[in-house]
Design a binder for this molecule. Structure first.
Ligand code: VG1
Ligand code: CO
Length: 543
């Protein structure tokens, strides 16, 4: 066994996006694409001797090969110990949990999250820091800078270890502990939620379907919901992680989780439906014939947080990404706690959680979480809902409608234009920026523009700044249109248009969402000339 130093040359384009570096599998398979990036991560971290790292991924195609390579590179770079999930599996929130519990220096997550997998699908890698959360921009930028100057990487030629059985192994001097991917996470969930109450709920005949979408959430949901909580076998469907997610798109929204939505719309629908994404950090909540929007889910959990033992003492504040609806802000106001508006991506919540300013966080993209870890957490959100349903004893729909009656309803939708030409997307955004100043006071479709700007953010804890985080047009009644380009895609560009309208009157709470937002949708198209710029007359995905 020997440690080898292999010369290499910089590869352009290794810049992490909203959540890590994501590319087509074929790109990661090109030697030394992965090696260059991993060495750049290690080089940016400084002295690794005596340090522990956590390693795991969502099990997608190339996960195993990447785990093998990274273990040999970690050993060659002097890492003392690596905790790796059995089979190379760890959900994103589980990595966060394990980093925190064992006080690791950080962790490497192998996932492209909601992006499809398989040989022609996507792969991804990201580094999480010692608080368990995604590396902040300063670190991802340092990693990217390093990828531009790298000239060698270090790797051991030791044989592969067996990652499919728990136990302690060695690669060179480095200890590798193959851990159960679920155990530490499940223990944390038991501390946060009233498992007895949820067990009683299931024992009383409550029926649920959890669609793990053939992704890494399956083992967690099975072990916790069917195992510890006693839900009948078959409650969790598509529960075995597959390298290609069964050919599906592991994004838990009504479009991609159509199987679950159809089931929940049927006459024999169970009481409760839920789904999680590729790396199990996203969640979708569904009632009988009733979908809950992620922004409402955040607001409802915040308003009812005290039902869960982990939040009985109250919550300090709520943080949401800028495009997420303002439903949670109304709850914060009623509770007399602060609300925070951050750029898109979980990395911006880390400082607020660390400083104790926010307890709950959420994004419109089916992401909800809290200070229990530093990632959004799909299974956590589902357990929170189960706890809520057990305490309230009411159907999902009733809980949501009562929430609207009390706080008003924020009609909300996101329109995605996927795979449009990169240049066309850039032109659209640049043109919008030029128009912003002139929009103030303009009247369109019975709305008047209060202000229009390009969202920039100064972190209240560390003062770091982020600019150009989404163009927003805010109307005098609080309705909003937001435009952003996705930072997680691997092909072309994706334009996201976020639409929100507030309605206080309960008599007006049952309009179909797209109809309720029709005037704003028309304004969004005309201001940005979406059809003209993208050549698309309709979005490819509406959530
Ligand atoms: C999307 C979502 C964002 C989320 C990010 C990572 O980013 O909009 O809210 O944090 O994915 O989620 P973008 O840049 O494509 O809009 V995950 O579950 O893919 O790690
Ligand atoms: Co995800």
């Amino acid at each position: 066994m020997a440690i080898q130093t292999i010369s290499t040359a910089p590869i352009p384009g290794q810049r992490p996006g909203t959540s890590g570096l994501r590319k087509k599998v074929g790109v990661f398979q090109q030697h030394p694409y992965l090696e260059n990036f991993v060495q750049s991560v290690f080089d940016s971290l400084g002295d690794l001797s005596g340090k522990t790292l956590v390693l795991g991924g969502d099990g997608r195609y190339h996960n195993r090969a990447a785990v093998r390579t990274i273990l040999k590179m970690a050993a060659a770079n002097g890492v003392a110990r690596v905790l790796v999930g059995r089979g190379g599996l760890l959900s994103t929130p589980a990595v966060s949990c394990v980093i925190r519990k064992y006080e690791a220096m950080g962790g490497i997550i192998l996932s492209a999250s909601h992006n499809p997998g398989g040989p022609d699908g996507d792969f991804g890698i990201k580094y999480n820091i010692g608080n368990g959360g995604p590396a902040p921009e300063a670190i991802t930028e340092a990693i990217h800078q390093r990828t531009l100057t790298i000239n060698s990487y270090r790797i051991s030629d030791a044989p592969d270890i067996d990652i499919d059985h728990g136990g302690r192994y060695y690669v060179e001097q480095m200890q590798v502990e193959v851990i159960d991917p679920v155990e530490d996470y499940a223990q944390l969930m038991e501390q946060l939620f009233d498992f007895d109450a949820i067990r009683k709920l299931f024992a009383g005949g409550f029926r649920m379907r959890f669609d793990a979408m053939h992704a890494v959430g399956g083992p967690y949901a099975k072990a916790i919901i069917e195992g510890r909580l006693g839900a009948p076998e078959g409650t969790v469907i598509n529960s075995v992680p597959l390298e290609d997610f069964g050919g599906g798109h592991p994004d838990p929204n009504p479009v991609n989780a159509a199987e679950l939505i159809a089931l929940m719309a049927g006459d024999d629908a169970p009481d409760f439906g839920a789904a999680s994404d590729g790396d199990a950090d996203r969640n979708m909540i569904v009632g009988r014939k009733f979908d809950v929007t992620p922004s409402d889910s955040l607001a409802i959990l915040a308003a009812n947080a005290q039902v869960a033992p982990g939040y009985r003492g109250g919550i300090a504040g709520i943080a949401r990404s800028m495009p997420t609806s303002r439903a949670a802000d109304r709850v914060a106001e009623a509770l007399g706690i602060p609300s925070y508006e951050t750029p898109t991506g979980w990395k911006y919540f880390g400082t607020l959680l660390d400083a104790g300013l926010a307890t709950l966080c959420g994004e419109e993209s089916y992401g909800t979480g809290s200070n229990h870890v530093r990632e959004k957490d799909g299974v956590w959100a589902v357990l929170f809902w189960l706890n809520l349903l057990a305490v309230k004893g009411k159907p999902v729909q009733q809980i949501v409608e009562e929430h609207w009656q009390r706080f008003g309803r924020n009609y909300y939708s996101r329109h995605d234009y996927e795979g449009i030409e990169v240049h066309a997307a850039q032109v659209l955004m640049d043109d919008l920026r030029v128009k912003l100043a002139a929009l103030k006071g303009v009247e369109m479709n019975h709305y008047t523009v209060d202000y229009a700007d390009d969202f920039s953010y100064t972190d209240p804890v560390d003062g770091s700044q982020a600019t150009q985080q989404g163009i927003r047009i805010v109307m005098t009644d609080g309705s909003r249109i937001v435009y952003r380009l996705s930072g997680t895609g691997t092909e072309g560009a994706t334009l996201r248009v976020y639409l929100e309208r507030y309605e206080a009157d309960p008599e007006q709470h049952h309009i179909p969402t797209q109809q309720a937002l029709a005037a704003l949708i028309a304004i969004a198209d005309s201001v940005a000339s979406i059809a003209y710029n993208t050549g698309r007359s309709n979005p490819s995905v509406i959530t």
